[in-house]
Design a protein around this ligand. Structure first.
Ligand SMILES: [Zn+2]
Length: 96
């Protein structure tokens, strides 16, 4: 099934990928000073509190506290689309 991502692959990816380019594929970033801002993909909001730092290759959300590197973003973003994550049946089974 889903295998582990090799550590070397991750290191390689981090050194090659610009976090701004990567995240810009998923959410529309706007340049704001030295950083980029966007509406956070991890919680609902109307004003952008999701910040991406090109210098630090790091993202941070002032609204929900989500933060991490390019890899963290990819993994967290993938979880958003994970079907069992929000499956109500799982909750029902636990209420016994
Ligand atoms: Zn957020």
């Amino acid at each position: 099934m889903a295998g582990r991502i090799p550590r070397t692959f991750i290191d390689d990816l981090i050194t090659r990928v610009d976090i701004v380019d990567l995240i810009d594929n998923y959410v529309s970033l706007r340049k704001s000073g030295r950083n980029y801002t966007a509406l956070c993909p991890f919680h609902n909001e109307k004003t952008p509190s999701f910040t991406v730092s090109s210098d630090k290759q790091f993202y941070y959300c002032f609204g929900c506290g989500a933060h991490g590197t390019a890899i963290t973003f990819l993994m967290n973003y993938a979880h958003l689309n994970f079907p069992s994550h929000q499956n109500p049946h799982i909750r029902c089974q636990r209420q016994t």
